[in-house]
Design a protein around this ligand. Sequence first.
Ligand code: M6P
Ligand code: ZN
Length: 181
Amino acid sequence: MPPGVAFASGHFTAENIITKTTRSGDLVGVFHDEAAWRALPAGTTIYQVEMLPSPDGEGELFVGTTHLNPGRVGDEFYMTRGHFHQRREQGEVYFGLRGSGLLLLQSEQGEARFEQVSQGSVHIIPGNTAHRLINTGSEVLSALAVWPTIAGHDYASLAQGFALRVFLWEGEIQARGVQYG
Ligand code: M6P
Ligand code: ZN
């Protein structure tokens, strides 16, 4: 049997699945409201990534699913750390499996935009584009991703954060630009 993915839960049906958990305490400096972030138990799971085993090397692909919990740090929705690829020219595909949220995309020049993620949505992330998932719904947001094994992750270039943040403000989902300086 080849590996599969259960549409309802987004979980892989395969042997040798590799799982990585990202907890609140891992996301230092990621959320806007530092006091609210400190108030969360450091062991609170924000997201988990399941991956199928892949060979490494030019031309090979990773397949993984991110399961991003619903919740907020202060008024800001839970989100992944987000990254550029170390090999900047390498792209990626995201595919919405369950839940609802946003895919935040940002160019090297700092221009940011969103795509709506929902069950069945397909997102082609071009090269040279940072990407982050944001769960604006009340269920787990699961999205399958396919990316080249050679792509690598560059988190350091986003140490200042993305140019847009997403909050629940007076009962509405609101994106706000961020001023750095
Ligand atoms: C997706 C892919 C992975 C990534 C993961 C979590 O599954 O894009 O490469 O690691 O999401 O995102 P991040 O690394 O930004 O925490
Ligand atoms: Zn990526």
